[in-house]
Design a protein around this ligand. Structure first.
Ligand code: ASP
Length: 436
């Protein structure tokens, strides 16, 4: 048995918390691969080290401003190092400071130094070796290069225990490249795959996955088990569980992931497996979540059903304008594309419409803004007779008008488009109606 433990920023905020994580690792001899985030917030009002590093990067040519921010980073790491007798924290900080002030230091390199320093410290707490992510995690064309990563990792010895900084690797030119924010979750999955672990424990400050965002439904039920598919849907639709790309390294070589609370290690957490095992859980809904600020671009053309290659022509214009499509659905004589508002506002809609009209001779093209998509996710949906009736009755009773509906035949979600401002009300109403 070999386990990878990934500790998130809040779990590692301050020496007391780091010591708690050390005790967790030491309590089980299978926990030999440890992945860490940069220190997070201890209390509200604190700033995460990664955000401070970002500020440092912006202020790197203004020495007094840079020094003021770097001093906060220094304070954080010195405090974490305080119980360690022989750790040269001053020297390490000095090196990092000099490196991030170099004119050639790129932004990703600067951002990655929180994980780098924290991994060195956690390695000293545990008596494990520090294993730099730069030694094996590779990117190609801006994306994780999994096969290069796995072949480099095959030569690395981890039996005696290693601590790996999360969040980054190297690109083709040998420069540090980070994943998007929260990307240490992906590093945990890479480590699980690369070093043949049977379990990936993701230690956070929450007891596991809740059906709803606690800010909307306080104390909503905890989910004991979810599938990979459900996790993908949840992350994509806005539930902040794990980074949305966490599962990528595990495709084809699944490893169960457990989300656990480092402040309550006595609790079992939520297990995410390729397929759910518990028959009773199958009946359940895993998540009710949603995302606001979508724009629906509706393209109408009479006798659309007779036009061969129409969708291809339309989507090629989206591609040329670099607009990422989040969802689509079609009706008789019209096609709807849901895009995030950020995608919509970056283009000139007038030019986009002109181009579309030129290519496909559409009758009408309209943009409908301020749409939220609320999603009910769970394999249990397919076997639950009347669930759609329950969903729409709940929304009707809450006085929420439905603008669009989507349910795919094989997948585990129902997505409903509503007005932006009613998103939280919709989540609350659906929770009350669907979860017993
Ligand atoms: N430290 C990075 C962030 O704050 C990465 C991570 O924590 O996963 O996003």
């Amino acid at each position: 048995m070999k386990t990878v433990c990934k500790f998130g920023g809040t779990s590692l905020a301050g020496s007391e918390n780091v010591a708690r994580c050390r005790d967790i690792v030491m309590a089980d001899s299978s926990r030999r691969i440890v992945v860490v985030s940069a220190p997070g917030k201890k209390k509200g009002g604190d700033i995460k080290v990664t955000d401070l590093l970002h500020e440092c990067y912006l202020k790197r040519f203004d020495l007094p401003a840079f020094s003021a921010v770097f001093a906060k980073i220094e304070e954080t790491f010195r405090e974490i190092a305080s119980p360690l007798k022989n750790f040269p924290v001053g020297e390490e900080l000095c090196i990092v400071r000099a490196q991030i002030c170099q004119p050639e230091a790129n932004e990703d390199f600067v951002l990655s130094r929180g994980e780098y320093l924290n991994a060195k410290l956690v390695a000293a707490y545990l008596g494990y070796a520090f294993l730099d992510a730069a030694a094996f995690i590779r990117f190609k064309g801006g994306e994780l290069d999994l096969s290069a990563t796995l072949s480099l990792a095959a030569h690395i010895e981890t039996e005696k225990g290693v601590v790996i900084p999360g969040f980054y690797g190297l690109d083709e030119e040998g420069h540090v490249k980070t994943f998007s924010r929260g990307g240490s979750d992906i590093t945990g999955a890479i480590a699980a795959r690369a070093f043949g672990c049977n379990l990936y424990e993701n230690w956070t400050d929450v007891d596991g996955i809740r059906i709803c965002d606690p800010k909307i439904v306080p104390n909503s039920k905890k989910v004991s088990e979810a599938s990979y598919r459900e996790l993908r849907e949840m992350s994509y639709m806005g539930a902040s569980v794990l980074h949305a790309e966490t599962l990528l390294p595990l495709v084809g070589a699944p490893v169960p992931i457990v989300i656990r609370n480092s402040f309550r290690p006595d609790l079992a957490g939520t297990v995410i497996r390729k397929k759910r095992t518990d028959a009773a859980e199958k009946e359940n809904i895993a998540c009710i979540t949603g995302k606001s600020d979508y724009t629906c671009i509706q393209i109408s053309k009479m006798l659309l059903d007779k036009q061969l290659g129409f969708v291809k022509k339309v989507t090629s214009v989206f591609e040329e304008y670099n607009i990422n499509i989040s969802h689509t659905h079609s009706g008789l004589d019209n096609l709807c594309f849901f895009v995030e508002r950020a995608e919509y506002i970056k283009i000139s809609f007038e030019n986009f419409v002109k181009e579309l009209k030129r290519r496909i001779d559409a009758d009408k093209i309209r943009a409908h803004g301020d749409i939220a998509l609320v999603a009910v996710i769970g394999h249990g949906l397919s076997g639950r007779i009347g669930v759609l009736a329950d969903i729409f009755t709940a929304l009707k009773d809450a006085g929420i008008s439905v603008k669009t509906i989507y349910q795919s035949i094989s997948e585990c979600n129902v997505i409903v488009g509503i007005e932006n401002v009613r998103l939280a009300d919709a989540v609350r109403a659906l929770y009350a109606a669907l979860i017993r």
